[in-house]
Design a protein around this ligand. Structure first.
Ligand SMILES: *Cc1c(COP(=O)(O)O)cnc(C)c1O
Length: 445
């Protein structure tokens, strides 16, 4: 039965009932102002470019520190691939656009999208110290930082972070490889193999019984009392956002190389899994800067952890948690199990974001298995959240109404749908096989 308009459940009803839903952003602006406010600061296109330049300055050093980066000359990037066999099972027919995947699940060093923001912030901290202490000259060769005296100096400092897992992996690995001491405060939902991987690298893993937000608070408090400790603050960091935004110029080049046009006749829809919001917000910020009004970014969250959607509904003067909505924050998508969004990310997204949708865990596993069986993509559950995007836009009342209102319906046949797969490279085989099994069982039922 199709609900009549006056009895149709609202986004709020569905959010509270942990049912998948799509919210579209009435505050989105087609034109991006040159600078945007984020909390008390502002960010502009120059911040994105400075992150790109910083990665460039460190490339030689990174190629030396990480054997897996030798082939790329120290560039940390992921492929953009067409996924024609996956579009149709996700509900996209031939007249509704082509499905592509941005494979951040293959990002080297960190194995997730956190390679972008997390490594950027560690590099920025190292660069500040190196210039301060004369370890490198401005414009000099940063490979000097691999020398024992440089490492000894950086070793006097600690880098700390609170994480559900993947950010800890990225910060811990990047920091320890530069010679820093590293401490990762892990929430109860962090997976055991992620803790093990860090300990093997000599990273101190501090386990907390509480959720992500409590792990961050504990780490932040400990770091505040130590002048030799830099705390990577996932809820408040501009450096993380900047690092994520550097993905945009790289994607722009990949789109051009693949012959994909983005303009009024050729819209691009990007589906980004969202935890606290920093990664998808940084990328959305960058994409809106380089691609303009015809890129539409949507965030994807688990039905039990829709903190970003709750924040967008609440507006800037409130900071709700998913518990306030009667939700549990329990999800197998450990990278997305966050109860309260980053206010920084939410304020930045107000004029830029097209929408947010939610996904059930069972669907994440089904899509994880589909991605494997049709396109041989090996991703973690969090990274599957983007695959619900095409169906949400083209197969729901809310999605179709939005497409019509935006005048996008007629352009769908030439549209590109881009699912951003955000993690998976280092998931152990035994763990991955369980995910796959679960996804296939859900599909055959
Ligand atoms: C961290 C993470 C995200 C989302 O990033 P946030 O900055 O927390 O929003 C998405 N997918 C995976 C696999 C992640 O680890």
């Amino acid at each position: 039965m199709t609900p009549t308009p006056d009895t149709a459940p609202t986004v709020q009803d569905r959010l509270r009932a942990a049912q998948p839903c799509l919210w579209t952003n009435p505050g989105r602006q087609a034109e991006v102002p040159p600078r945007l406010s984020v909390g008390t600061a502002t960010v502009g296109v120059d911040d994105m470019q400075s992150a790109v330049a910083r990665f460039g300055r460190f490339a030689g050093l990174l190629a030396e520190l990480f054997p897996e980066l030798q082939a790329s000359g120290g560039v940390i990037e992921s492929p953009l691939v067409a996924a024609p066999a996956l579009g149709q099972p996700l509900g996209l027919d031939a007249e509704q656009g082509a499905l592509w995947v941005k494979c951040d699940h293959l990002l080297p060093v960190a194995g997730s999208i956190k390679a972008r923001g997390g490594i950027h912030e560690v590099l920025e901290f190292a660069e500040t110290l190196a210039l301060q202490h004369g370890l490198v000259a401005p414009g000099g060769d940063y490979r000097a930082l691999a020398r024992p005296e440089a490492r000894a100096l950086l070793g006097r400092y600690q880098v700390a972070v609170g994480s559900t897992g993947n950010l800890g992996l990225s910060i811990g690995v990047a920091a320890s490889s530069l010679g820093f001491r590293a401490a990762v405060h892990m929430s109860a939902d962090a997976k055991e193999w992620k803790k093990e991987r860090l300990r093997r690298r000599g990273v101190e893993v501090v386990e907390h019984a509480g959720d992500y937000e409590q792990a961050v608070a504990a780490g932040r408090a400990q770091a505040a009392s130590d002048p030799f400790c830099h705390f990577v603050d996932d809820e408040r960091s501009l450096s993380l956002l900047q690092g994520y935004s550097a993905a945009a110029p790289a994607l722009q080049r990949q789109l051009a190389a693949a012959g994909i046009t983005v303009d009024a006749m050729h819209p691009l829809f990007v589906y980004l899994p969202c935890g606290v919001g920093g990664a998808p917000a940084g990328i959305t910020f960058g994409l809106r800067q380089v691609l303009g009004p015809h890129v539409h970014c949507f965030f994807a969250e688990p039905v039990q952890s829709p903190c970003f959607l709750a924040q967008m509904l609440a507006g800037p003067h409130d900071h709700p948690s998913v518990y306030d909505w009667g939700l549990s924050n329990q999800t197998e998508a450990d990278g997305l199990a966050v109860p309260r969004a980053s206010l920084l990310a939410a304020s930045l997204m107000h004029p830029l974001l097209s929408g947010v949708y939610t996904v059930q865990d069972a669907t994440l596993f089904q899509h994880l298995a589909l991605a494997h069986d049709t396109q041989q993509l090996r991703i973690e559950p969090s990274a599957a959240a983007g695959f619900s995007g095409p169906g949400m836009l083209t197969g729901t009342l809310a999605g179709c109404a939005w497409l019509r209102a935006q005048g996008l319906e007629a352009h769908l046949p030439r549209a590109t749908h881009l699912a951003w797969t955000t993690g998976g490279l280092f998931v152990p085989d035994t763990e991955y096989d369980r995910f796959l099994q679960r996804g296939r069982e859900a599909t055959s039922r």
